[in-house]
Ligand binder design. Structure first.
Ligand code: GDP
Ligand code: MG
Length: 168
């Protein structure tokens, strides 16, 4: 039986929790000061979707997003995308559109889920629930809310993306 391997790129402004999300999903850990590169291009995790083995390769940007210096190699061959923003960072929410365009320019239309991270900090929320839904609809993406810190919905995001890819 053939194993499916999916490359997933995680994009969004610096500080929204992309590296933490990858680390949480692939290693099961969370640290407050996770900022250095993971030392490799991606971490991976194997899951099963409807009886099919799927190998997810989650690509980290290693901080280049802050210099707008993400290379084509990062996007090359990506099958799916997580567009992440933070509950406490309005600029990261406003940047979703431009991140979507960057991915589209390099990869075309690929299954993409918008993730509102850090919902454990809802008391500091700077993005209204309705406007998040509106932007997701305008960009043609599903919106999911997550807390990498509290391990809420992280697995669900990647399962949903993998399922979408298998259905295509
Ligand atoms: P990146 O720049 O997008 O890769 O973001 P990082 O993964 O480096 O995370 C930036 C900071 O946000 C770190 O201090 C993380 O510990 C923190 N962080 C990540 N996810 C969450 C979350 O769900 N809740 C809270 N409260 N902090 C988070
Ligand atoms: Mg990072």
């Amino acid at each position: 039986e053939l194993e499916v391997a999916l490359k997933v790129v995680i994009v969004g402004d610096g500080g929204v929790g992309k590296s933490s999300m990858i680390q949480r999903y692939c290693r099961g850990t969370f640290t407050r000061d996770y900022k250095k590169t993971i030392g490799v291009d991606f971490l991976e995790r194997q899951i099963e979707i409807d009886g099919e083995d799927v190998r997810l390769m989650l690509w980290d940007t290693a901080g280049q997003e802050e210099f707008d210096a993400i290379t084509k190699a990062y996007y090359r061959g990506a099958h799916a995308c997580v567009l992440a923003f933070s509950t406490t960072d309005r600029d990261s929410f406003l940047a979703l559109h431009s991140w979507k365009l960057k991915v589209e320019n390099e990869c075309g239309e690929i299954p993409t889920i918008i993730v509102q991270n850090k919902i454990d900090l809802m008391d500091q929320c700077v993005v209204g629930p309705d406007e998040a839904e509106l932007v997701a609809r305008a960009l043609g993406c599903r919106l999911m809310r997550a807390s990498v810190k509290e391990d809420v919905n992280v697995g669900a995001v990647f399962r949903a993306l993998a399922a979408r890819c298998l259905a295509d």
